[in-house]
Design a binder for this molecule. Sequence first.
Ligand code: ATP
Ligand code: MG
Length: 602
Amino acid sequence: MRLSQMLFVTLREDPAEAEIPSHKLLVRAGYIRRIGSGVYAYLPLLWRVLQKVSQIVREEMNAAGAQECLLTQLQPAELWKESGRWDTYTKAEGIMFALTDRQGRQLGLGPTHEEVITTIARDMIRSYRQLPINLYQIQTKFRDEIRPRFGLMRGREFIMKDAYSFDADEAGMKESYRKMNIAYHNVLRRCGLAFRAVDADSGAIGGSGSQEFMVLADAGEDEVLYTDDGQYAANVEKAISLPADAEPSPFKQFEILDTPNTPTIASLCEFLNCSPTLVLKNVLYQVVYDNGMTVLVLVSIRGDQDVNEVKLQNELAKRAADYGGSAVLALRVPSEDDQQQWAAKPLPLGYIAPDLSDDYIQPSKTVAPQFLRLLDQTAVELQGFVTGSNQSGHHVVGANWGKEFQRPSQIVDVRKAKVGDRAIHDPSQTLKSARGIEIGHIFQLGTKYSKAMGATYTNEQGEEIPLVMGCYGIGVSRLAQAAVEQSYDKDGIIWPVAIAPYHAIVVIPNINDTNQVSAAETIYSELNKAGVETLLDDRDERAGVKFKDADLVGIPYRIVTGRSVQQGKVEVVKRASRETQEISIHEVVPTLKRWIEEALST
Ligand code: ATP
Ligand code: MG
């Protein structure tokens, strides 16, 4: 392609809308254009990148035995009502764009496709002889993200590859999952990305496991905890570790002490000159279930630990049925406004004890009358501990379970693992932290959707059994931007060769020099003929502008037909290393072919 004929517009200045380097660079280099909040046009250069990523994904999915299809983006509400997700997706979380057609029927714009694929499986899979089946598609997804940001990283319209496997049993599903796991490793490696597969939260569905594929980059929204021995890596939402040992308590006697202005653990420990491992911290949450029921939750945890709200939400989801609900709509620390909705009197915030009276709750039809009291594992063995007294400005010391306080019977693990913790598999290893961009997520779903929607098959014994499912996503457009986030310099993008929009760019420094032009034309056409995807910068611009643009756009190899064309030579430059050499014109094609081959085989 000739730049003179392309829609080729680059910007010198960083766009105001962009915060992170990859977003700035993609806008500046003319890859994307913002159309609305979280909605971007993929311009010709980016579209080539997306097609390359898609092709790699496609090849690896096909190699793993999955079959490509294309499902509908308009999805009837009935399907989502069958799975029980309509209200959660349209109202509670509100992530699904919902609309009503002119016949008054409700539809959603597909944020994901479990419902659609399960309805197909229900209709078409009858017998064990048809299994296993794995279907995938590469398509635009719609999600009304509350905070769309970072360009393609978190859009409201984005491209995803999603795959769904159907197996006869758990063992079959695990095998399908194993194949996808390998395919995902292959995709990311082939795209030239540095990544880590990490244990991930499977959410309320439970399921036997899930992994996320994280591209490592400082701008990542996720935190990954890992050990240097390579044996452990997990999303912080899911991570587990050994807490530090608690110190022995100096408080032998139970006492109520005046502890003015000590609403935080730090201020309290300073005042009492004690370790936070001796403190029992009582954190108040409020959960709203999908039937509208609000439950006040009092989590008691050791003072040096924090609550992992993802783990807490999973625990609360398990208890939904106790309150007549089936899913968690919202979980948060109650704001002042929230408290006004249900508090019978002002709460002793900062000084709460585990026995905070249920009288603080003004029960109603939609507010459970009692606190749900959960005890984190870290606080089960505490002795002679310090905790609140339910009176502002006072704490108790030297408290014990079974004496001054009744120990909550519901013991949970809701503790947040953190950097520096000892690893469970080997306590000599400590957890380290890295930022990651979640590019893919593979998930053992089990029978959640097949049961809810009645997708069954007949086994060899003639029994009807729900299909066992897995689901597997890759953010294709997010991946393209993540590649930039991982590979750029002060001058612009440095594309991995496998997903660069073009392999090479031929730059004519002076288009008034006929020798330069004719050498460039020859090289340009020969490279393209040889399968090297090549751009020709034949614009009437200064050489400096052309070099700057070539750097910005990030094409891996540049060929410059400068003055030395007189001697039959051109300059070739590698974008990543800036390594420059002069080679003779007829060596250009074999040299580039060799470089590309080498780059693609690593
Ligand atoms: P996240 O935790 O980042 O919100 P998710 O867990 O909701 O993502 P999945 O439903 O697992 O994402 O979707 C599969 C993949 O699609 C993700 O791993 C990610 O790469 C991509 N993806 C999800 N949401 C977006 C978005 N708003 N914009 C771009 N890509 C996205
Ligand atoms: Mg996810």
